[in-house]
Design a protein around this ligand. Sequence first.
Ligand code: PHE
Ligand code: NA
Length: 457
Amino acid sequence: MTDQPPREQWGTRLGFLLAAIGSAIGLGNIWRFPKVAFDNGGGSFLLPYLIALLTAGIPLLILEYTIGRKYRASPPAALRALYRPTQAIGWWQVAICFVIATYYAVILAWSLRYVGFSFTKAWGDDPNGYFFNDFLKAAEEPGTISAFVPGVAWPLILIWVVALVILGMGVRRGIERANKIFIPLLVVLFGVLVIRAVTLDGATTGLNALFQPDWGALTNGSVWVAAYGQIFFSLSIGFGIMITYASYLNRRSDLTGSAMVAGFANSSFEILAGIGVFATLGFMAAQAGVGVDDVVSGGVGLAFVAFPQIISEMWFGQAFGVLFFGSLVIAGLSSLISIVQVIVAAVEDRTGISRTRAVLVVGGATGVVSVALFSTDGGLYFLDAADHFINQYGIALAGLVLLVMVSWIARKLPMLQGNADATSAILLGRWWKLCLGVITPVVLGWMMIDSLINEFR
Ligand code: PHE
Ligand code: NA
């Protein structure tokens, strides 16, 4: 551990910011947020959502940045240095990243495949049957080599190769450079998509359906749980990702400012995605002569069933399909890279092996597990199960235990506060401690209880 080369560093503050934003903006923004907002009060959801951003999202981002920059290590080592027993939480986060990486990549592979399918509208007039029967079942001849030949395996291998090559090139030359290309590209692709979407017939109906406020929803506890849950997943907090990325910062970078920029950039993209998706769903409803409520979906159903149908119905839908699935691939790839980086860095810090080796061995192993599990029989089932577990318990548990230990048992918040840069220390006052020591732990505890109750009902 003594004669290690100096830790890598981001080239510029902008590079770090873009990487943090790249991690945040992902599938969660495009296919999760619009439906969550719609289901939880529409326009009025923006209020709990904003409160969650200000009381949990940004304070936790600052916490993770501060820990990463101060200890210059990945989650297990950084948390160990902060307060020994929290090391276990660091490894738990690494484990969560491993699970997420294995299935997140699969969705990217599907999206990549659907970029190609968009050109020919391969799903014909039955997108639903095509996705669940032809496309996925083709990979489900258990135990046969044919499971590897069709749809899923090759694009998945390709996604892994690209992600690992970028990681192998290092923090500055790989991750930072890739994000400097990905983010502007994503903004352009998705921007064009949204402009096209809002000019479709029926777009206004869709937007009205999304933004129509239901103020009564604010008295419903599960709406608040949904708002905090969305913020955690969407900002990639509680996974140790931001600890890892911040460990490559130099000592004099403005953390509070970066957290605000990253937080608001992610939320802006999220709202933009809500507009794009609901304008498009409005078009779909108008074509079918039904209400918007009848066509709303999220996740797999939105991307691989509803959008293909819309693409088929739209004039020059091919281009729309390429924009949509291309956006999913690019947004997701920068998130995937950040997840795998946590695992790679944790092993690097722990064993002292080189980055290249760590990427090959650890990243490679993650990729192999991903390909083995998800391009064969039952992939969709694993995916649902993993996603459910992570969203309901994985993140909240890690966040809750960490905050209680750091703020109450070890009382380390004041020390971290003292470690913030002078320019932003002013913002880390009582409010910050109140958020991290009281508000967020209470909400997280409540989220856990809420999930457990729902599980056994
Ligand atoms: N924040 C990403 C999104 O919105 C998802 C993600 C979760 C990325 C966890 C990395 C780690 O899709
Ligand atoms: Na996000």
